[in-house]
Ligand binder design. Structure first.
Ligand SMILES: [Zn+2]
Ligand SMILES: [Zn+2]
Length: 254
């Protein structure tokens, strides 16, 4: 099979995230991803994956491949994305996260509603659990659990002082098993912006960096993206691309 250049945005929230707009329903997310020329997206809600399957279903017959994800929050308040081929695997991680979240109900008036929907966006139920919270698990344990569920662990917006691994901890834990990290760069950034960031955080020098939108509104989808050369759109191929193996590669900033 030939390699193809794939445009991806691996960090998109749905209406299950309390902070996302009500327009973030599967059908509209796929439509917007397709319009903005994305080939692959991952749906990552805070500490939950209940809308991932609906988004995969909504993408059937479209040009967009959807991966199932979760944006987990560690004990230290650090966000880590877990990206999976199948919703079942993301739900496996969700079970673990929920076993470590505080047993508190959501406060929708303060944090926002958390809605489980079907592929066309029809309301199914509210998730009443407090999802905007830290799980009682270290960054290392989250990474290990994501790996055990056959996922790809990607620390999110690492340079942000709010919930970014480097911004919060100031360093990468030694030996952390991640193939790449997501960096936050403002729109219009170029290779020089990334080089500058690498001088601020020297640990980024040896790490592959991807960009994603962290979209909470439709118009944000694809505003930041990365490109990979892969044979097919899967977690295994992404790992090869991040490692630069078998001809696969990541284009860091274009
Ligand atoms: Zn985050
Ligand atoms: Zn996010």
């Amino acid at each position: 099979m030939a390699l193809r250049r794939c445009s991806m945005d691996l960090h998109i929230h749905t209406v299950l995230s309390p902070c996302a707009e009500v327009e973030m329903i599967p059908e509209l997310i796929i439509l917007q991803a397709q319009r903005s020329g994305l080939d692959m997206i991952a749906v990552c809600d805070h500490n939950a994956a209940e809308n991932a399957g609906a988004c995969i279903t909504a993408a059937c017959g479209s040009t967009v491949k959807v991966l199932a994800g979760i944006e987990c929050e560690s004990r230290e308040g650090v966000h880590v994305l877990g990206i999976f081929d199948r919703a079942e695997n993301a739900l496996q991680l969700q079970d673990f996260i929920w076993s470590r979240l505080p047993a508190e109900p959501n406060r929708p008036e303060f944090f926002g509603a958390q809605m489980v929907v079907d592929a066309s966006g029809e309301f199914i139920r509210f998730n009443d659990r407090m999802l905007a919270a830290s799980a009682d698990a270290s960054v290392e344990e989250l990474v290990q659990r994501i790996r055990e569920a056959d996922g790809l662990p990607l620390p999110a917006h690492v340079n942000k002082t709010h919930a970014g691994l480097l911004g919060v901890l100031g360093l990468m834990p030694e030996g952390l098993d991640v193939p790449a990290v997501e960096v936050f760069l403002p729109p219009g950034s170029d290779a020089q912006t990334l080089a500058k960031l690498r001088t601020t955080f020297s640990q980024l020098e040896t790490l592959k960096c991807i960009r994603s939108s962290d979209a909470h509104r439709l118009e944000e989808i694809g505003q930041s993206r990365s490109f990979v050369w892969v044979e097919s759109r899967s977690v295994g191929e992404l790992e090869l691309a991040f490692d630069g193996r078998l001809g696969r590669s990541l284009e860091e900033l274009c």
